[in-house]
Design a binder for this molecule. Structure first.
Ligand SMILES: [Zn+2]
Length: 416
């Protein structure tokens, strides 16, 4: 209760701390003591070495591109290679995000054993000829050990490059290219709001019709966790549908949408399973903002809210896990949300429009400092972790993203 009282008091007091630079006051995100604190101080990481491996027999592999991991590979016998897949540090959740490119001087079948360090096989390999269009490998080409630890995959190699990855590769450059497609839209401005720990730009898309005043803010976040591309694809579908909506003009008269599509660019391009370049899970750092990415984004959201003159109503943070899930705030804790009517209407609309789809909502209390709780603590807003399953089909992801986008616009226009 003490925490709730403190948060309520902070909400009543206004919107956080104000830093003074001597001329103008710049609002900053407030710090919080969540019930289950997490040490988000910097941790050592292991950086993977990028190299081309000549494995004999005319077989070559490389990890020399951004994203995912191949920490070492060697030949065991005529047909078998053994790869080590190691995360940036430990402990870490089980997201072994491997990737490599392979080819051979003449056509041949090879087996590659994926040896995970302190992790179990999770992602069936996806294959691609160009690194952009992917398909999942045939199931009979994957053998997982009985204890689920390691897996052996069978590949047909040729002189053409074959991309193999735990999850599709969508690196920082590609995210920027996607975002830049919107840069000429009259309601969109694209910028970098700061730098990651390793100096990469933090991408921001501001969807605003230029009018200011009493405008409420919707916040979209993605890719705190590098391998979680299915959630990112849902975010893309969500944004794409919003931008082509016939209601966009009307919507932007009342709302501003602020989008941070890539919170962890270092983790993405360094092939991290979960953490940033300082070895820290960004989605546990929304209390004291010890990491540059969370500090920059949290402060920027607070500034956008201040500039817009309204409230932050909704914060959607796109992720991936084993199945589709919406993690929401437990209503016993969320006593004064700014939009108490939103959640039920939104989930109902998704079920109504997607036959056979059952929304998997998991309300949770404030525990660790994740964005879901932060949106409530900072703004009294509805915060959700919008999780898409690792293997949810792409057309279903698109539909979920588009329907939730259309229904958000409809419900917010009808209710305010
Ligand atoms: Zn995640």
């Amino acid at each position: 209760m003490e925490l709730l009282n403190r948060i309520t008091a902070l909400l009543l007091l206004g919107l956080g701390l104000w830093a003074c630079d001597g001329k103008t006051e710049i609002p900053q995100a407030t710090t919080y003591d969540f019930p289950t604190p997490v040490d988000t101080g910097n941790k050592p990481i292991e950086v993977q070495e990028k190299q081309l491996y000549d494995l004999g027999g005319g077989v070559y592999l490389t990890n020399d591109f951004p994203a995912a991991r191949l920490n070492a590979i060697s030949r065991v016998n005529d047909t078998l290679l053994a790869a080590n897949i190691v995360s940036e540090n430990y402990p870490i959740n089980n997201s072994p995000w491997y990737a490599f490119k392979a080819w051979a001087s003449d056509d041949q079948e090879v087996y590659i054993k994926l040896n995970y360090t302190r992790a179990k096989h999770r992602y069936p390999p996806k294959l691609s000829a160009d690194g952009k269009t992917w398909r999942e490998i045939d199931a009979e080409r994957v053998t997982v050990e009985e204890d689920g630890a390691n897996a052996t995959i069978k590949l047909s190699l040729s002189s053409d490059t074959l991309w193999v990855a735990a999850q599709e590769i969508y690196d920082t450059k590609r995210v920027w290219t996607w975002a830049e497609d919107y840069a000429n839209h009259p309601y969109v401005s694209l910028s970098s709001i700061g730098k990651s720990g390793a100096g990469r730009d933090l991408l921001f898309l501001d969807i605003n019709n230029g009018q200011s005043g009493d405008k409420d803010v919707i916040v979209i976040l993605s890719r705190q966790h590098p391998p979680e591309v299915t959630g990112f694809f849902a975010m893309q579908a969500f944004v794409e549908r919003m931008m082509e909506s016939a209601q966009l003009e009307a919507f932007l008269k009342k709302y501003r949408v602020v989008i941070y599509p890539l919170l962890n660019p270092d983790g993405v391009d360094m092939g991290h399973w979960r953490h940033n370049s300082n070895g820290v899970d960004l989605n546990r750092d929304w209390a004291y903002y010890r990491q540059p990415e969370t500090r920059a984004v949290a402060d920027h959201i607070v500034r956008m809210q201040h500039e817009s003159g309204g409230n932050v109503l909704l914060g959607l943070d796109f992720h991936s896990t084993y199945n589709d899930v919406f993690y929401t705030q437990d209503k016993a804790i969320q006593q004064t949300p700014t939009t108490p009517w939103f959640r039920e209407q939104w989930f109902q609309a998704l079920e109504d429009r997607l036959p056979g789809y059952k929304v998997n909502e998991k309300p949770k209390g404030l525990a660790t400092p994740v964005t879901k709780g932060w949106f409530y603590a900072q703004f009294g807003a509805e915060g959700m972790t919008y999780e898409i399953g690792d293997r949810t089909p792409r057309d279903t992801i698109d539909l979920i993203g588009k329907i939730t986008s259309e229904e958000m616009i409809r419900i917010l226009l009808e209710n305010r």
